[in-house]
Design a protein around this ligand. Sequence first.
Ligand code: GTP
Ligand code: MG
Length: 205
Amino acid sequence: SDKSVQVKLVLLGEAAVGKSSVVLRFVSNEFQANKEPTIGAAFLTQKCRLEDRVLRYEIWDTAGQERFHSLAPMYYRNAQAAVVVYDITKATSLEKAKSWVKELQRQANPNIVIALAGNKVDLVQPSSPSSGGAGSSDAEDEADDATATPGEAATADSESLRQVPLDEAQAYATEAGLLFFETSAKTGEGIVELFTEIAKKIPIE
Ligand code: GTP
Ligand code: MG
């Protein structure tokens, strides 16, 4: 029999920040480069093992498009946990995340565990620590030269996609009492940690 504790978790955040992709990585360890927008919401489940117990997440992955906003209370009502996602390459998505956090803190279960996830961190990381080094002359570097300022390293080029500094988001999360992770649904970075740290904060019944 399944004795694991069920935990209702909702994902919220602006359209296209990667909510469904974060869930797909957590539940199936997969990534889809052209994931279609969610309509309404999707429901998925996934077990999460801690040292002393197993939780079964019942996940409501909501649609970020504005026309679905009014449905959100149905999904965060009675939720024990929420993941509010933004895209670190899009500053407006952090503002949207902050407004979701406010709404949750006013309207959701007062004991809800909220985590902030700054997704798409892979977009600001070089694929190799030595890429863009002086003297390299492979095809990839020549392609980069077409768009980059002459002499600028590829690492600086990719870091410039970042619109939300790590310490700014961390400071906001600390002030608002949120767990915080930068994640990548594409590489898997931070995803298991995100759901595991939430699980650790769910009170034992
Ligand atoms: P809505 O359902 O419309 O609210 O969007 P969503 O937040 O569920 O976003 P979704 O998961 O559909 O991802 C949107 C696009 O971003 C897709 O093309 C994904 O492949 C891409 N994407 C999601 N996560 C990542 C990531 O971590 N890195 C990169 N590079 N792309 C990502
Ligand atoms: Mg989606």
